[in-house]
Design a protein around this ligand. Structure first.
Ligand code: UD1
Ligand code: CA
Length: 482
């Protein structure tokens, strides 16, 4: 037996404003784990492998199109948002001559799983054939009565969703929207998820016949079911038990709930892939982050953007890492912030360090408490363990940066570079007024303000001689006794 797939075109509805978000931005581009909500719907849609993917866009269409960022996709404009049925009608030119399935997805279903959509296509495919018909049978074996499948689910609280009215054989008679439902209909817990599969030639016959004489004055896509029934065609409910996949995100609280569910799902994925989490309820990891086996993550950690973490690395409480590459066996201690930077193997960062603007911390380097590193390279085995600012600096290997060291890189107009060569020793509280170069194995005395280059192996010291006045304490007391 060959592997026959029913032909498939997928339509995603994303023209709506999302009034309940109370936002300047269109609803579907609001982010979940760092990606626009629509991204997750697109991912799931692709999993079912449609030959064409069509987006209906309208409100702030350019923003939505940019967020979707798909070359091969079709974008159809719905100028006025007159309802989900009207939205689908706009896409008709793309499937009116198509002998296959049109799958329609609401754009506000970020939790939908690709596998669920794939199964729905298989189910529809099976329904469209007479029982026992060979898969390659094609038209000869087609059950001409089957017009569609709607994915439904049972929810504890169906408020706001369309209710499924069906007969004993899972055949749907109609879908009633919350606002149009009678009191009895409102008691029904089986709801329309907003995912539909229709046989294109039948959908074509009814899509332009929808009316808007309902509570919201909209052209409801759901009304095609009654129109298909009138033609003698049948639409079946595919009841999927896991209702959490089908949360329709209508406001920002739904968005927060959906993000929490997805967040835990991805943490579970990483956990099975070899990451240890402590208190995972408090850990936030975005979609583009990649972890390695034997990584250990403590509570309150945020990993954002394109961040990768190497094997055996430990990330302690409340550390935040954004668009950065962290090597193997690195220790990121409590409260550190790393952004747009690279931390190489075996480095130790923090507690409470800040590393940013394309900095590179090389192998075995140590960046300690309250040290800020900006646009700098810190060489292998170099240590800056306490209270320093290193900006626009190029620091070699085996350098020691004393507590309180500052690269004075800004003169009020321009930024200047500090170069510190291998094995240099920068005494505590040195001010390095850039541009300045400290030579190999050179030393600066504590508290010095260094404005000129220091040659290799030299000592540079810039401070007044210490005065000692014997017995000063006694003299001072006497002065006050007078
Ligand atoms: C819809 C269904 C409801 C179902 C629920 C599932 C209808 C009439 N109702 O209700 O039965 O239980 O989804 O979450 O379909 N859109 C457009 N153009 C429009 C209107 C909407 O593209 O003119 C898009 C929206 O951007 C959104 C999707 O269609 O992504 C669904 O629209 P929405 O207004 O959220 O429908 P619901 O009221 O949630
Ligand atoms: Ca919705």
């Amino acid at each position: 037996m060959g592997c026959h797939h029913e032909r498939l075109i997928t339509v995603i509805l994303a023209a709506g404003k999302g009034t309940r978000f109370r936002s300047k931005k269109p609803k579907v581009i609001h982010k979940i784990l760092g990606k626009p909500m629509i991204h997750y719907v697109s991912l799931a849609a692709r999993w079912a492998n449609p030959e064409k993917l069509i987006y209906v866009i309208g409100h702030e269409k350019e923003q939505v199109k940019n967020a979707i960022d798909c070359q091969g996709c079709v974008f159809v404009e719905q100028e006025e948002q007159l309802g989900t049925g009207h939205a689908v009608a706009q896409t008709k030119p793309y499937w009116e001559d198509f002998d296959g399935i049109v799958m329609i997805l609401n754009g506000d279903l970020p939790l939908i799983e690709g596998e669920t959509l794939k199964n729905a296509v298989k189910y529809m495919d099976a329904m469209m054939r007479f029982e026992g018909a060979p898969a390659e049978g094609g038209h000869d074996y087609r059950n001409e009565n089957i017009a569609g499948v709607v994915i439904t689910t049972m929810v504890p609280n169906p408020l706001g969703y369309g209710r499924i009215i069906k007969d004993k054989n899972h055949r749907i008679i109609k879908i009633v929207e919350e606002k149009d439902a009678t009191h009895e209909e409102q008691q029904i817990n089986e709801i329309n998820t907003g995912i539909y599969l229709f046989y294109a030639p039948y959908l074509k016959q009814v899509i332009d016949k929808l009316e808007n004489n309902n509570a919201q004055g909209e052209y409801y896509l759901t009304d095609v079911i009654q129109l298909l029934n009138e033609m003698g065609k049948e639409v079946y409910a595919l009841l999927v038990p896991d209702y959490t996949q089908f949360i329709g995100v209508n406001d920002r609280w739904d968005l927060a709930k959906a993000e929490n569910i997805l967040r835990m799902k991805y943490l579970q994925f990483w956990s099975y892939a070899g990451t240890t989490f402590h208190n995972p309820e408090t850990v936030y990891i975005e979609f583009d982050v990649e972890l390695s086996p034997d990584v250990e993550i403590y509570q309150g950690v945020s990993l954002k953007g394109r961040t990768t973490i190497g094997e055996d690395t430990v990330i302690e409480e409340n550390a935040t890492i954004i668009n950065s590459t962290i090597g193997k066996n690195v220790k990121i201690l409590k409260g550190s912030i790393i952004e747009d930077s690279v931390i190489e193997d075996n480095a130790v960062i923090g507690p409470y360090a800040r590393i940013r603007n394309n900095s590179v911390i090389k192998q075995n380097a140590q960046i300690g408490n309250f040290v800020e590193v900006k646009n700098s390279v810190v060489g292998e085995n170099t240590a800056a363990k306490h209270l320093a600012y290193l900006g626009d600096a190029e620091i070699g290997k085996d350098v020691n940066i004393g507590a309180g060291t500052i690269t004075c890189n800004y003169d009020g107009f321009q930024k200047h570079k500090t170069v510190i060569k291998d094995k240099a020793f920068i005494g505590s509280d040195t001010m390095l007024v850039a541009p300045v170069t400290i030579g190999e194995e050179a030393i600066t005395g504590s508290g010095s303000v260094i404005t000129k280059d220091v040659p290799d192996k030299a000592l540079a010291i810039e401070r007044n001689q210490q005065k000692v006045i014997e017995n000063y304490a006694e003299k001072r007391k006497k002065k006050y006794e007078k």
